[in-house]
Design a protein around this ligand. Structure first.
Ligand SMILES: Nc1ncnc2c1ncn2[C@@H]1O[C@H](COP(=O)(O)OP(=O)(O)OP(=O)(O)O)[C@@H](O)[C@H]1O
Length: 358
């Protein structure tokens, strides 16, 4: 069955994770690398693989890193079962179609690239002369890097993510201040959405590093979790607060920004259109938040009650203007909760005023 473009895109990442440090397959490949021998390993078997295989011998034994290392000492290639649990054959001489184009030099790597293209199976090579491990998949070569090499790139991305996160907090604080003063323009909302998408892009990049790092990626994974905490909630609240009345939920999404290229993402005008703000709106258009994001900050008010508040008053300004008596009209709000809301809103307003003085 033919794979969809999305599946083809996800494949390298999936196999890089299966080859990550800490996995038995990676351990076997590392041993071959350190033993300064090479290897050509087909990661799965199907009829197409049978058709390009000659010679060698059938094994069907349990996969272990040691067995892989020992069998790699022989001339020829190795075939594993698709779940990597068994070594099916070793010493195999592969004869793929020589007319399949490849930019590789050296017979091992040319053969690996062609097998991958002809059979659809991933193929891994360990180069004896270059001391590298590579994955061949769908006509592409993916270097399998050491943890140190991946970590040094991941740390740079992490430092950028930390800066982006700080900027997002700054932009969101400014938005809160403007909301309290009823001075939000479309541009202010677009800037927050833009920051969210920038963080999401780095998050995706870092997740790929985490997958490729396997056991060595745990610390990175925790840092990533911390740095992206609450970002998805923020996107949802922004959508709830600013979706134009005439717009359907599914057509007003911060997530739509993922289709922009990096230059487009820097242009607030393009960002606004892509999110779903209509043609008639420009960057200076004044917007009125409904109040979902600010109400979500009120401690001790459960989410469902918060939504009821927003639905009742309709806008954040109306909510700010509500007296305790007005609040008592909302179902589920007695004296105690009404007071909590009033105090909470007063604190948010105060914070907005002091932000302005800073
Ligand atoms: N068609 C093939 N089938 C199975 N094994 C092969 C095939 N071609 C090459 N090999 C294996 O690769 C080994 C090295 O071949 P060669 O040096 O030409 O390739 P290379 O791509 O330069 O590899 P390296 O980077 O490891 O030096 C061979 O000794 C053999 O074990």
């Amino acid at each position: 069955m033919a794979l969809s473009p999305a599946e083809i895109q996800a494949r390298p990442r999936r196999y890089q994770a299966l080859l990550a440090p800490g996995t038995p397959l990676r351990e076997g490949l590392e041993r071959i690398l350190h033993g300064r021998t090479g290897a050509l390993v087909v990661l799965g078997s199907n009829r197409k693989v049978d058709r390009v295989s000659t010679g060698g011998f059938a094994l069907d034994v349990q996969f272990t890193p040691t067995a892989l290392r020992e069998l790699a000492k022989m001339d020829g290639g190795i075939i594993l079962s698709s779940d990597f649990e068994r070594i099916l054959a070793a010493g195999v001489h592969f004869v793929p179609d020589g007319s399949i184009p490849t930019v590789e030099t050296g017979t091992r790597h040319r053969t690996a690239d062609r097998i991958a293209q002809q059979t659809g199976m991933p193929v891994v090579t360990v180069s004896a002369s270059m001391s590298t491990i590579a994955l061949f998949l769908d006509g592409q070569r993916h270097p399998i890097e050491t943890s140190e090499a991946i970590l040094s790139r991941a740390n740079q991305a992490l430092a950028t993510l930390t800066r982006y996160r700080e900027r997002l907090s700054g932009t969101t604080r400014s938005l809160s201040t403007l909301e309290v003063h009823d001075q939000v323009s479309l541009k202010d909302v677009a800037l927050v959405a833009q920051r969210i998408e920038m963080i999401r892009r780095l998050d995706r990049e870092l997740r790929a590093y985490v997958a490729a790092l396997g056991v060595d990626g745990r610390l990175l994974e925790m840092q990533l979790y911390e740095l992206t905490l609450g970002v998805d909630d923020l996107a949802t609240l922004l959508e709830l607060d600013y979706r134009p009345e005439e717009q359907e939920e599914m057509t007003f999404r911060v997530g739509a920004l993922e289709h922009l290229d990096s230059t487009e993402l820097l242009d607030p005008h393009v960002v606004a259109r892509q999110m779903g703000f209509g043609e008639g709106m420009h960057l200076e258009t004044r917007l009125e938040p409904r109040g979902h994001r600010q109400v979500a900050q009120l401690t001790r008010i459960p989410g469902s009650l918060g939504r009821r508040l927003v639905d009742h008053f309709g806008t954040l300004q109306a909510l700010f203007g509500a007296s305790t008596v007005d609040l008592l009209e909302v179902e589920g709000f007695g004296e105690g909760r009404a007071r909590l809301v009033r105090e909470g809103l007063a604190r948010l307003a105060e914070a907005a005023f002091s932000e302005r003085l800073d």
